[in-house]
Design a protein around this ligand. Structure first.
Ligand code: MOS
Length: 752
């Protein structure tokens, strides 16, 4: 038995429960006297409801209630404070205004889900309609505003004496200019959004998938007008999220409000079609990248402008150059600018590397175009422009091994065997080629708290209200707890996914692991200190009266003065059932550094010259993500990220019908995501170089357990940053066709 599971391949602690179906997701929970809700959604994008005919639905079998806009009985309230900017700015079913196609206009509650759905189909709604604003070309445009991390969405750095970015570009030997477009994409988590609400007096228990359980519960308490401590959100198993469950949606409080009004528990499960309009999307986006360089490819000027959408109800204000173009390469002149078009479409939300995946598609495609224009190998081009200080702030990175990612990846992939000439490799009816791209993703610090309990049965419980939506977060808590306490994994019980637990790090922005692990270490260290204090201060302890310095804790056992005792036995001897400690962090970062993870992707594609079909045939990803906590789950995260990249590059888009504001591909038959047949074996390498700064000093390993930072960085999204560009670059190498409008569907390649 190794002393620590850190860095090993650890099976998910909840794996057996998941594959046997024993893990309960939100829609699986039962309640006595449960009633079922079904939503009716608008069929116009903008206007006013003039009437909703509910008579037939009310007369239908099993129907208990029909709530229809403007509905006076639901008693919902606005959300105020820090959450306000992240939720829809209207109360569901409250007024008669229609803000987007697919907005909830009525809700039926019945004895069974089928009765609710049948009755919902009997409801007819009439509208006064107005033409919706649906195109990114529609004015007005507004600045994207500060990014979520607080920096401005427009940044300019100019070398001394340079008047403008245009001047810098004009003075460059080689200029590449490229415009990119992508349609709306969706999170499409496997688990449908489901909410179950059970009231007990003025207290409500809610089962729902949430990436930030505490914030979700706080939002629900505000919407329902009850005290925050009276809302418990249980979100133990979550079947995917990817941004769509960052925070509550407009429909989320409806079953809870109905349950209160009706006096029965109510469950609402969205249909797959409803999820496309009620749970967000990655915004439509146009990007223009201009690169100016010397003839040997050294960047002199970089410009990245974007136009995305700001739905009127709630928006993810996309700034695709932030943490990509404003961070990745050394350049004396840099300009990034993001603006948004105000549109009457469903609310948007962060999705899968929200800025970084789309932003890196543009930047890393443009870099490939610069490689072609200068004749410099794409890997060499990136090495020539490698940044050792952040191009805007000038700060050093806490840890950066990007050059090693390029080198290791190129070697493993066999990059040197590549032909730089497009269309030069043919195998029967298949053209094949290779491409690469760099990856960068910020390591955000987040507030978090972790509780450790040492129990008198020699087990420990590590508790933190994070969400594990498939990431392996629960296992990460167990692995880091086992490491910090020197215990075997099966003696550590992780507790997550409940808003009443100590507030966990948000499972957003690839940050839960590096926010949580150091706090597990700190709480464990404090528990060991407390254990020793108890040992020398409790009269029943054999060490009573000794000095805590005489004691040593190792692998669950206290040693000292010729005696040894497990912590559980010590607790039993002194009659104390548990030692409990809490570690908290405000999530402050060291201001002397910038923090990112890095990676390099190498891809081979085969493109059928008659059908235009693109198959990804080989893929190597090398990731610099700090210390790896669980090699198995980490690899799985990175593979998942690359699969998202395949979707982004080749398959995923929803077409917005401009005249009606309707999202036309809102089923899983029409909105394509990669399936196993679309995914080759993905070769993943993690450099496993601990970050010495991000989460505190690493120590030299000689310390007692529970005193060293592990230097982990999150890795949820780095796999998807750049992977779509690597695919597109390989398609160019295979075919000679540069597709800047993803997904790269066969129609864009068919004239080969
Ligand atoms: Mo993620 S897109 O930060 O939820």
């Amino acid at each position: 038995m190794p002393r620590t599971p850190v860095g090993r391949e650890t099976d998910r602690v909840d794996g057996r429960l998941k594959v046997t179906g024993a893990a309960e997701y939100s829609g699986d929970y039962r309640a006595t006297d449960l009633a079922h809700a079904h939503l009716v959604t608008s069929t116009v994008a903008r206007g006013t409801i003039t009437g909703i005919d509910t008579a037939a639905a009310l007369a239908a079998p099993g129907v208990l209630r029909v709530y229809a806009a403007p509905e006076p009985r639901l008693n919902l309230y606005p959300i105020t404070g820090p959450l306000a900017g992240f939720v829809e700015n209207y109360l569901p079913l409250k007024d008669t205004e229609v803000r987007f196609h697919g907005q909830a206009v009525a809700m039926v509650v019945a004895e069974t889900p089928e009765q609710a759905r049948d009755a919902a189909a009997l409801i007819t709604t009439t509208y006064d309609t107005r033409p919706p604003r649906t195109s990114l070309a529609d004015e007005p445009h507004v600045p994207a505003g500060p990014t979520l991390s607080g920096s401005p969405s427009s940044v300019e750095v100019l070398a001394p004496g340079v008047g403008s970015i245009d001047d810098a570009l004009a003075a460059s030997d080689v200029v590449v200019e490229a415009e990119f477009h992508q349609n709306i994409q969706h999170h499409v988590a496997m688990e449908p959004h489901a909410i179950l609400a059970v009231w007990d007096g003025d207290r409500v228990t809610i089962h729902a998938g949430a990436q930030i359980p505490a914030a979700f519960a706080l939002g629900m308490s505000q919407r329902l007008g009850v005290l925050p401590q009276n809302v418990q959100l249980i979100s133990k198993y979550v079947g995917g999220a990817f941004g769509a469950r960052v925070i509550l949606w407009s429909d989320t409080p409806l079953p809870a409000a109905a349950a209160r009004e009706l006096g029965r528990p109510v469950r609402l499960v969205l249909t797959r079609e409803q999820m496309f309009t009620l749970t967000g999307h990655r915004p439509e986006l146009t990007q223009t990248v201009r690169l100016g360089a010397s003839r040997d490819g050294v960047l002199n000027a970089v410009s990245h402008r974007s136009v995305s959408e700001r739905p009127t109800t709630v928006a993810f204000p996309m700034t695709p150059a932030h943490n990509t173009t404003d961070a990745l390469y050394r350049t004396p002149n840099l300009h990034v600018h993001a603006e948004l078009a105000v549109l009457d479409i469903p609310g948007s939300r962060a999705m899968r590397g929200p800025n970084e995946a789309p932003g890196s598609f543009a930047l890393e495609t443009a870099m490939d175009e610069l490689a072609v224009a200068t004749g410099v190998d794409p890997v060499e081009l990136r090495l020539r422009n490698h940044a050792t200080a952040h191009p805007v702030s000038g700060l050093p990175w806490s840890s950066k091994h990007l050059e090693e990612c390029y080198r290791v990846g190129a070697e493993r992939f066999g990059w040197s065997a590549r032909s730089a000439t497009p269309r030069s490799r043919v195998d029967g009816q298949w053209l094949y080629g290779t491409g690469m791209a760099a990856a960068i993703y910020p390591a955000h610090r987040r507030p978090a708290s972790v509780r450790v309990r040492l129990l008198d049965d020699d087990t420990a419980v590590v508790s933190t209200g994070i969400s594990d939506f498939g990431t392996g977060g629960q296992t990460m808590v167990a692995v880091s707890g086992a490491d910090a306490l020197g215990l075997p994994l099966d003696r550590v019980t992780p507790e997550i996914g409940d808003s009443l637990l100590p507030q966990g790090a948000p499972a957003v922005g690839s940050s839960a692991t590096h926010a949580t692990v150091p706090l597990v270490v700190n709480a464990a260290r404090d528990a060991i200190t407390e254990l020793k204090r108890l040992a020398v201060t409790d009269e029943a302890s054999p060490w009573y009266g000794a000095s805590a310095d005489d004691l040593r804790y190792e692998r669950g056992i206290v040693h000292g003065l010729g005696r040894s005792m497990t912590f559980g036995r010590l607790l039993r001897v002194v009659g104390s059932p548990a030692i409990t400690t809490l570690a908290e962090s405000a999530g402050d970062a060291d201001p002397g550094y910038v923090h990112h993870s890095f990676g390099a992707h190498f891809c081979e594609v085969r493109v059928n010259r008659f059908t235009g079909e693109t198959r990804v045939s080989r893929f190597t990803t090398v990731a610099d993500v700090g210390r790896v906590i669980n090699a198995k789950a980490a690899r799985s995260q990175l593979v998942g990220g690359v699969i998202f990249g395949i979707g982004h590059a080749l398959l995923e888009e929803n077409h917005l019908e401009l005249t009606t504001g309707r999202l036309t591909n809102s089923t899983l038959a029409d909105y394509l995501v990669p399936v196993n047949a679309d995914v080759p074996d993905i070769d993943v390498v993690m450099l496993d170089r601990p970050d010495p700064v991000l989460t505190g000093p690493l120590g030299d390993g000689s310390e007692e357990v529970g005193t060293r930072s592990l230097g982990a960085r999150g890795l949820g999204e780095i796999g998807t940053v750049g992977s779509a560009a690597a695919i597109g670059n390989a398609v160019y190498n295979a075919t000679g066709v540069r597709v800047r409008n993803v997904p790269i569907t066969p129609d864009k390649l068919i004239s080969l």
